[in-house]
Write a protein that binds this ligand. Structure first.
Ligand code: NAP
Length: 217
């Protein structure tokens, strides 16, 4: 896979999955925009992208919960790198809020703002640039976004039982899938949902365990 000359903007790339995606796309030759709210963490990821000629890793601090922050992120990307080929909407706030948590509608607003409103605002701003480059968008979410349960908190034993591949996922597993989706090799794929979950989405054990955990609560 070769992403030489591409410009990739990856939200939430100052840590976790976003950082792994940024480093992976960088390793394939893309210029990357590494962003989050924490300068130190941004710089640490920028430093992982070892300097190469004609390739840039640009760190931009931006709070996506503020529209102006989103506008500045896009403006800086264009001013410094001139175009956008790849947008990865990855930034996330956790943990999810349980239905029994009656204390925090503020947290709920924050969550929906981050996963929905911010994605909409940023995508609207970036689409005109993607139209020019015939670029692409990858949105990251949990399989709980497709299936209404989130069991990661049940821990290691649970994972061994319910992930068909018998291990928990690493950030790099997601990064590999994103690299493929952004590459010319995936040029006939659009609108697809690709679970990167070691098969847990398919597991009947998953459903059974979830039901028993709910009963125990
Ligand atoms: N980890 C998992 O097991 C898992 C499972 C399923 C789905 N996911 C999804 O994968 C994505 C990444 O998850 P992760 O575990 O890698 O998360 P993470 O390590 O907590 O990283 C979250 C990233 O989002 C950024 N961010 C959060 N709020 C922001 C804001 N208001 N403005 C700008 N940036 C903000 C953070 O940057 P700062 O802190 O510097 O602001 C950080 O870079 C999320 O969408 C999550 O739902 C993760």
């Amino acid at each position: 896979m070769d992403l030489k000359g591409k410009v990739a903007l990856i939200t939430g790339s100052s840590s976790g999955i976003g950082a792994a995606i940024a480093v992976k796309l960088w390793s394939l030759g893309a210029n990357v925009v590494i962003t989050g709210r924490d300068d130190k963490r941004i710089q640490q990821v920028v430093n992982k992208c070892h300097k190469r000629n004609n390739q840039r890793a640009l760190g931009v601090r931006a709070d996506l919960l503020v529209d102006k922050g989103i506008e500045e992120l896009v403006a800086k990307t264009i001013a410094e790198l001139g175009k956008i080929d790849i947008l990865v909407n990855n930034a996330g706030v956790g943990p999810a809020i349980g239905l029994r948590d009656t204390t925090s509608m503020l947290a709920y607003d924050r969550l929906t703002n981050c996963y929905m409103r911010c994605v909409q605002v940023l995508t609207q701003l970036v689409v005109p640039y993607l139209e020019i480059t015939k670029g692409n968008i990858v949105n990251i979410s949990g399989v709980s976004g497709v299936k209404a349960c989130d069991l990661l908190s049940a821990g290691e034993t649970y994972c061994r039982l319910t992930y068909h591949l018998g291990r928990i996922g690493e950030s790099e597993d997601v990064a590999e899938a994103v690299a493929y989706l952004c590459s010319p090799a995936a040029s006939f794929i659009t609108g697809a949902i690709l679970p990167v979950d070691g098969g847990s989405f398919l597991s009947p054990d998953n459903i059974r365990l979830f039901s028993s955990l709910i009963k125990k609560q």
